[in-house]
Design a protein around this ligand. Sequence first.
Ligand SMILES: Cc1cc2nc3c(=O)[nH]c(=O)nc-3n(C[C@H](O)[C@H](O)[C@H](O)COP(=O)(O)OP(=O)(O)OC[C@H]3O[C@@H](n4cnc5c(N)ncnc54)[C@H](O)[C@@H]3O)c2cc1C
Length: 383
Amino acid sequence: MSDHTTATSTAASGAASGGKQELPVYVIGAGPGGLAVAAALREHGVRAVVLEKSDAVGASWRGHYDRLHLHTTRRWSSLPGLRMPRSFGRWAARDKVVVYLEKYARFHGLDVVTGVEVTRVDRAEDGGWLLHGTGGRELAARAVVVATGYNHTPKLPAWPGADSYPGELRHAGEYRNAAPYEGMDVLVVGVGNTGAEIAVDLAEGGAARVRLAVRTPPHILRRSTLGWPAQASGILCRRLPRALVDRVARGLTLHAPGIGRPEKGLATRAREGAIPVQDVGLVKAVREGGIEPVAAVESFDGGKVTLADGSAITPDAVIAATGYSRGLEPFLGHLGVLTPEGKPVGRPPSGLYFTGYTNPLSGMLRELARTAPKIARAIARER
Ligand SMILES: Cc1cc2nc3c(=O)[nH]c(=O)nc-3n(C[C@H](O)[C@H](O)[C@H](O)COP(=O)(O)OP(=O)(O)OC[C@H]3O[C@@H](n4cnc5c(N)ncnc54)[C@H](O)[C@@H]3O)c2cc1C
């Protein structure tokens, strides 16, 4: 791995070499998606340089909360060319995932340049691409792979009065563990996988009271039933009609008092971008009273939080597990390659590729692993 000084020289040599074919492919982002594509390109003998804005690979995984384990199995979370070792167990811990990503980059001898944020991508006159990066860098590329992550920019709702809240109001992306919340009355907003697990972590980690604000009741599934992982069902479901999956999933969904039952079917919700919550303690904690579901948050008024059912509560801290945006507009918006929702269009122009911008039931890591060789083949063919 190299630092940003090397990035400058890489760029200079790429730009000076003239012919489009001799330019490298730039992969933006050294998460699992970007690393997998870079490794697959190497297999095809294509020179790839990964640009990473942080100072190490796997930045997103380094930043996740401490207790996080993969919800997807080790086998179906491995990237092409290097399996996660058995010693990681079936559900690899966050730290292990980071170790794996570091090893993956070394094992494949990937050219990863850290400390470079790509701030804009333009079409070059010769039909290639020009990347603009921090520090005034301009990098000429024969192709660009965008792998900056689905969970890129924390989304905090514009709650009226939130500015007046005297307690601690943080996005879940900043949450590490329960220690700072010991003895506190905490409201977790949002019952996706992250909100559900943070609420459990707080309840088990010594918070005095944990409430969980629910706007849309989620589908809650066991991570594994008699050894059969929910992910395996997710993989099978991809081939089945949506209505059938919706019907079958009804019988598998767990219920926790106060959280409500989902109105739409599981596959229908997944299509809208809401994957089911894997139960890692939520149902038990709600049943035992360690987590109290409450209505969605409407507004703040000083220390008072008003909920959608008209009630008001006064928590010491609020953790908003309210999702992320893809954050592609600032550096790609001008190219016309994004939908109004900020997703990549189905058919981007030649030489521009995206990986990691869906939220599949079959597991993101699995899909990243499957997409990487396809992108590499397409780029190799463009030669
Ligand atoms: C809490 C949580 C738990 C999850 N658990 C699972 C799971 O169990 N199984 C599963 O399959 N998936 C899971 N996911 C989905 C997860 O997003 C993927 O596993 C995976 O990290 C996505 O990889 P990625 O490479 O697309 O994005 P990321 O891992 O987010 O990597 C993107 C990289 O791009 C860098 N970057 C961003 N912008 C720029 C820029 N402009 N220039 C340069 N670099 C940039 C970032 O610093 C980052 O290193 C989870 C997600 C979350 C949030």
